[in-house]
Design a protein around this ligand. Structure first.
Ligand code: NIG
Ligand code: FE
Length: 412
């Protein structure tokens, strides 16, 4: 038998593989009736059953019984850790108030900042657990978690530490993003530049010294930080070797997407107001366009991100929950996939690519996660379905039959 198979510690046979590998022809990069072998937490080999002598495989292969295997799902944009809750704002918006108006009144993000500052790291972890469990139960194996509800050095560090601790506690890869530039904190009203200075000079060195963040994000919007302040933050993050992400073109167009692209951002996110110039910039930089249909839905937006243009220009499109207490209290990546199709016009295959291959790139992990191929991490899901279109077409009707994280079968 060919050496790669000899080294495998775990081999699945009789599985339909939706590899999501763009090198394979056809939708989903399907290998029907496939065999996949895992060695030390990574995929070692995969092939159609017909090409192998099954009796020569080492050990006892696991029969998937014709079920489907996909890469683990990746939620590449969440604000999963917060204190308090904001259903009052949901009620106010239903009565006609808008998101920006509530934010200007000191509600919105700043309401969550007050509640989050009041809690300890332990208490924040306790509140975040059920949200994380909900994502995991649906098949999430990698989640990005942003800070941004602390807005002081200590409170931002507290959130990032809580995020890292959740990654230790649960079978999930946690990628952390410093979003200290989420809102101008009350102590700095009218002095946003001083707050930007504090982030660059005091907070970033502490965050990187403790290895607490993988990336930096900025809310570049008229109610938050302007493009100049954003650029200063991006340059500073780059000097600290962090990946870059932006909240861009959500409530209006400020050129933030092109700015992010110019600085080599991994992703720019939201994008309802993205224009052609922005799309061209994303195309040339290879920056991922991350769409967040949850925020669009909860805020009852009407302007959609320019999916046909993004598709035409072959910009990678990721989909994420944007899980947060205000604009997107949505702990379901499967529903986000469905919304990406129904509200934004993605195909079911684009939706799955948006939470696997493209989501991995949005987190700077495109060379190790998001597809089933030799060398990639063995984060995989086994689904009792007839066709992978069902993953976006249905909501709440089925969960993964099996979750495989880093090559280990998750029995939780
Ligand atoms: O991605 N836009 C900024 N941040 C979040 C909203 C956070 C909040 O409302 O608490 C978002 O939509
Ligand atoms: Fe967000």
């Amino acid at each position: 038998m060919h050496p790669p198979w000899q080294q495998c510690e775990q081999i699945w046979i009789n599985a339909n593989l939706a590899t999501m590998d763009p090198q394979r022809p056809g939708p989903y990069g399907i290998v029907e009736q496939g065999v996949i072998g895992i060695c030390r937490g990574r995929i070692r080999a995969l092939a159609p059953m017909t090409e192998l002598d099954l009796s020569a495989l080492p050990g006892q292969p696991i029969d998937a019984g014709g079920a489907w295997l996909t890469p683990g799902l990746i939620d590449s944009h969440t604000h999963l850790i917060w204190g308090g809750q904001r259903s009052d704002e949901f009620t106010r918006r239903l009565a006609g108030a808008d998101y920006a108006e509530i934010a200007r009144d000191g509600g919105g993000i700043l309401a969550t900042v007050r509640a989050t500052r009041a809690l300890s790291e332990r208490e924040l972890i306790t509140r975040a657990r059920p949200r994380l469990r909900a994502l995991l139960n649906e098949g999430v194996t990698t989640v990005e978690i942003k800070s941004g509800y602390g807005l002081t050095c200590d409170d931002e560090l507290k959130i990032l530490r809580a995020a890292r601790a959740l990654g230790e506690e649960f079978p999930v890869r946690v990628r952390t993003t410093l979003l200290a530039a989420h809102a101008v904190p009350p102590e700095f009203i009218g002095r946003a530049d001083d707050y930007v200075e504090l982030i660059c000079e005091r907070l970033l060195p502490k965050v990187t010294a403790e290895g607490l963040a993988d990336a930096m994000d900025v809310f570049c919007e008229s109610i938050a930080f302007d493009p100049q302040q954003t650029e200063r933050l991006l340059l500073s993050a780059r000097r600290h070797d962090l990946g870059l992400k932006l909240h861009a073109e959500q409530l209006g167009n400020s050129g933030a997407a092109a700015l992010g692209a110019r600085h080599g951002a991994w992703s720019v996110d939201h994008l309802e107001h993205l224009d052609n110039e922005g799309i061209a910039a994303l195309k040339s930089s290879g920056t991922v366009a991350t769409l967040l249909p949850g925020a669009f839905y909860f805020l009852r937006e009407t302007r959609r991100p320019p999916v046909p243009e993004l598709r035409k220009q072959q910009v990678s499109i990721a989909l994420a929950t944007d899980l947060n207490p205000g604009s997107s209290p949505l702990a379901s990546l499967r529903l986000a996939m469905n919304m990406g199709c129904v509200l934004f016009g993605l195909s079911p295959e684009e939706a799955l690519a948006g939470v696997t291959r493209h989501a991995a790139r949005a987190l700077g992990l495109g060379d190790q996660l998001g597809i089933l191929a030799p060398g990639y991490r063995a984060d995989m899901l086994l689904w009792e379905i007839d066709h992978p279109d069902q993953l976006a077409a249905e909501v709440g009707t089925f969960a993964p039959r099996q979750r495989i994280f880093a090559g280990e079968i998750d029995h939780a």
